[in-house]
Write a protein that binds this ligand. Structure first.
Ligand code: UT7
Length: 334
């Protein structure tokens, strides 16, 4: 069967209650200001997890909402594919904690690590499981507690990130289908590990385990060469939009809404310009969320559907870029 194999049957999000504005950094001793953050990034606030908000709990909130909207119960899930850079524990995968939390006892559950591009990677994996007949119904999730892994003493990174989760239920497109069924029309994924050290956590893994020295120099936290990452993000997101359109045999004219990874408004604007889409066709919430890594596109997709920016029958392009580097895109009809 040609595409589409799988469609997004329901979406959801799980976001902490606590909001941190740009002005709140002064209180924790960070030398920054609202003007700098807004002009360089477009971010005005972000959500920060409280003590009871884990990567799994935010994922569960998002997942339950997505399942309710999809009309799916836990026993129907064949697989849970969870993308995160902030697993609650190093072993086992956060996906199995989510499986237990949901009571999805028939489901296979595993994490994938593709950073900010992870939700699109997860959707591609989910589509593959459905296309090969290995699954009928797949829960895909992007969930991040970025506040746990950023260096709250480094002003060049700590102002950028936020916490949250987004989820979607993918279901098999019925054999008897309409002329233009909802579903995934194209996917594109790329990685370049030669650039890994531009955005990474130097220590705390198996290669350089935790030690007093690691704790002292804070090398278990995120380090980023911002300007370099920026340049690659613009280039790779442009590549990804071209490729997803090409694979779907569509042109920018066919796209009703672009949902880019929400890291920086300047990267979003450059991506839209390259894709020949005016900003009124671009969903932006970076001002409210900051960069929630792999939750970013998932949260934005859920909001766009909920507020009616995306209507049934419309075509949306998702595109993201992140640590790895990884970058990915997807065109789908909702
Ligand atoms: O999720 C995907 C991965 N991440 C990204 O896509 C992020 C990509 N990078 C970026 O978005 C931008 O590079 C940043 C927003 C991180 C930085 O913007 P920039 O325009 O590239 O600034 P910069 O790093 O070149 O820093 C410019 C100046 C520096 O001062 P000097 O050396 O010019 O005196 C920094 O020290 O801004 C200073 N600075 C700050 N000032 C106030 C850096 N962070 C801050 C801050 N507040 N929070």
């Amino acid at each position: 069967m040609t595409r589409p194999h799988a469609y997004f049957a329901g979406t959801g999000r799980g976001v902490p209650a606590k909001i941190m504005t740009n002005d709140d950094f002064a209180a924790i001793g960070i030398e920054t200001n609202d003007e700098w953050i807004v002009s360089r990034t477009g971010i005005r606030q972000r959500y920060i997890a409280g003590p009871n908000d884990s990567t799994c709990s935010m994922a569960a909130t998002a997942a339950r909402q997505a399942m309710k909207r999809a009309g799916v119960v836990e026993g129907e899930l064949d697989a849970i594919v969870l993308s995160t850079a902030t697993a609650d524990r190093l072993l086992p995968a956060t996906a199995v904690d989510l499986q237990a939390e949901l009571g999805a006892s028939r489901s296979a559950a595993f994490d994938i690590g593709a950073a900010c591009a992870g939700f699109i990677f997860a959707a591609s994996v989910g589509e593959g499981l459905i296309a090969t007949g290995n699954a009928e119904t797949v829960l895909i999730v992007g969930s991040e507690r970025m506040s746990s892994i950023i260096d709250w003493k480094d002003r060049s990174t700590c102002v950028l990130f936020g916490d949250g989760a987004g989820a979607a239920v993918l279901k098999r497109v019925p054999a008897k289908r309409s002329l233009k069924p909802a579903g995934i029309l194209s996917t594109y994924m790329r990685s370049d590990g030669t650039l890994a050290d531009l955005l990474y956590r130097p220590a705390g893994g198996a290669a350089i385990p935790f030690s007093e020295a690691v704790l002292a120099d804070r090398s278990y936290l995120v380090r980023m060469a911002g300007r370099e990452v920026f340049k690659h993000a613009v280039r790779s997101m442009a590549d990804a939009t071209d490729r997803a359109l090409d694979i779907a045999k569509l042109t920018p004219h066919d796209i009703d809404l672009l949902i880019p990874h929400q890291a920086n408004i300047r990267i979003i604007e450059a991506t839209a310009k390259h894709a020949n889409l005016s900003m009124d066709k671009v969903y932006v919430n970076v001002d409210r969320y900051g960069n929630t890594s792999s939750a970013s596109v998932a949260i934005a997709l859920d909001e766009a559907i909920e507020c009616g920016r995306l209507q049934p029958g419309q075509t949306v392009m998702l595109v993201a870029f992140g640590a790895g580097f990884t970058w990915a895109s997807m065109v789908l009809r909702v």
